[in-house]
Write a protein that binds this ligand. Structure first.
Ligand SMILES: Nc1nc2c(ncn2[C@@H]2O[C@H](COP(=O)(O)OP(=O)(O)OP(=O)(O)O)[C@@H](O)[C@H]2O)c(=O)[nH]1
Length: 225
């Protein structure tokens, strides 16, 4: 799966997708975000208070898309606060920890219900089993997680923020899926096209002759004469 990541200042964005990281406290949401946006991993990371935000720009099928990532606190005391952040979200990674089975149970008991209550029904989601590097401590078998994901109609991926395994792929899969269906989304949730870019490619008219984009040529002459 080939995509390109770009520095924020280099290009004009075509789209901005709001993506949420959701799941119990300690499953690795902040670590996944930090790995994706800064390629960093911090063992001594503090629990998120409220919501943290980061962003990364990607090129998917020639569209420049900024993933704006909202890392919500997993602790119950922050849950009412996090509700506001579901607004406008078009994608979510539902994260559990493969060493703690109750974090997968809570995807169903808590997090899918929170999404259903507060997010658009068109939100795209992927189930993420994080900490796949902890092979000895692992309790949730891959098969179990796959069955869970099928029952809940979700795609499933395993990641390790520590080893940088599947982190880019998880975000790219999600962004790609959103982008591929962007035109069929209802207008109230469809991300705006920020550029309405018109390509300066030659157009073929009814007589099958090539039409040259004259405005573009004029501009080029003016600039270089
Ligand atoms: N071994 C291993 N540890 C991880 C991984 N991802 C995160 N951790 C560790 O798990 C702990 C919790 O990670 P966080 O990223 O703070 O988890 P969180 O889901 O953001 O937690 P809250 O902010 O409380 O909701 C930290 O000690 C991380 O270093 C991983 O892929 N592998």
């Amino acid at each position: 799966m080939a995509s390109l990541s770009l520095k924020e200042t280099e290009v004009q964005l075509d789209y901005q997708f709001k993506i949420l990281l959701i799941g119990d406290s300690g499953v690795g949401k902040t670590s996944i975000m930090n790995r994706f946006t800064e390629n960093k991993f911090n063992v001594e990371i503090k629990s998120t208070i409220g919501v943290e935000y980061s962003k990364k720009t990607m090129v998917i099928d020639q569209a420049v898309i900024q993933a704006s990532i909202w890392d919500t606190a997993g602790q119950e005391r922050f849950r009412s606060l996090a509700k506001n952040y579901y607004k406008g979200a078009i994608g979510a990674l539902l994260v559990f920890d493969v060493t703690r089975p109750h974090t997968l149970e809570n995807i169903q008991k808590i997090w899918l219900q929170e999404v259903e209550q507060h997010a658009s029904k068109n939100i795209k989601m992927i189930l993420i089993g994080n900490k796949s590097d902890l092979t000895v401590e692992r309790i949730v078998k891959q098969e179990e997680a796959v069955n869970f994901s099928k029952t809940n109609n979700l795609a499933y991926m395993e990641t390790s923020a520590l080893n940088n395994q599947n982190i880019d792929q998880a975000f790219e899969t999600l962004v790609r899926e959103i982008y591929s269906e962007i035109n069929s989304l209802p207008s109230e949730i469809r991300p705006k096209n920020l550029t309405q870019r018109k390509e300066h490619t030659p157009q073929v008219n009814q007589n099958n002759n090539l039409q040259i984009d004259k405005k573009n040529i004029k501009k080029k002459r003016a600039c270089c004469e």
